[in-house]
Write a protein that binds this ligand. Structure first.
Ligand code: THU
Length: 143
């Protein structure tokens, strides 16, 4: 699907709102995400760090896991913003692990990833652009 400008800006706004909840005592790099489900619900997410480091969870995955844990598995788009101490000075693209989680639930040719610096400066890419030749459920005959 292609998002309207209004939808895009709403998702960016929500991703910025989520920065307030980001828990980053270690990296101080705050990330906010807003995931749009096909039913119109928007799931916010923030990164959540941990003293043991490995259990750190990215903002994008927090948003996905919130939705999936409530039975929602169909998505259209996600917006992501991130920066040191919550100061957004450049575009923040999803990490490789989060791209793989998106691959599990989203059609790579249709799912839109909005990586934003502001409501004026952002990039919209499909998951396929971010994860070409991605391995997903279809490779196990599950799509
Ligand atoms: N982080 C995210 O939340 N999303 C990304 O796509 C990139 C990285 C978080 C993980 C960690 O808490 C901090 O940013 C620094 O890597």
């Amino acid at each position: 699907m292609s998002l309207t400008k209004e939808q895009t800006l709403e998702l960016i706004d929500k991703a910025f709102d989520m920065l307030a909840y980001s828990y980053t005592p270690y990296s101080h790099f705050k990330v906010g995400a807003a995931l749009l489900a096909k039913d119109g619900t928007v799931y916010g997410g923030c990164n959540i760090e941990n003293a043991a480091y490995t259990p750190c969870n990215c903002a994008e995955r927090t948003a996905f896991f919130k939705a999936v844990s409530e039975g929602v598995k169909d998505f259209d788009a996600i917006a992501v913003v991130g920066g040191m101490e919550g100061e957004i000075t450049s575009i923040c693209a999803p990490c490789g692990v989060c791209r793989q989680v998106m691959m599990e639930f989203c059609d790579p040719e249709r799912f839109q990833v909005i990586s934003a610096k502001s409501k004026e400066e952002y990039r919209v890419q499909t998951l396929k652009e971010l994860l070409p030749d991605g391995f997903g459920p279809a490779d196990l005959g599950k799509a």
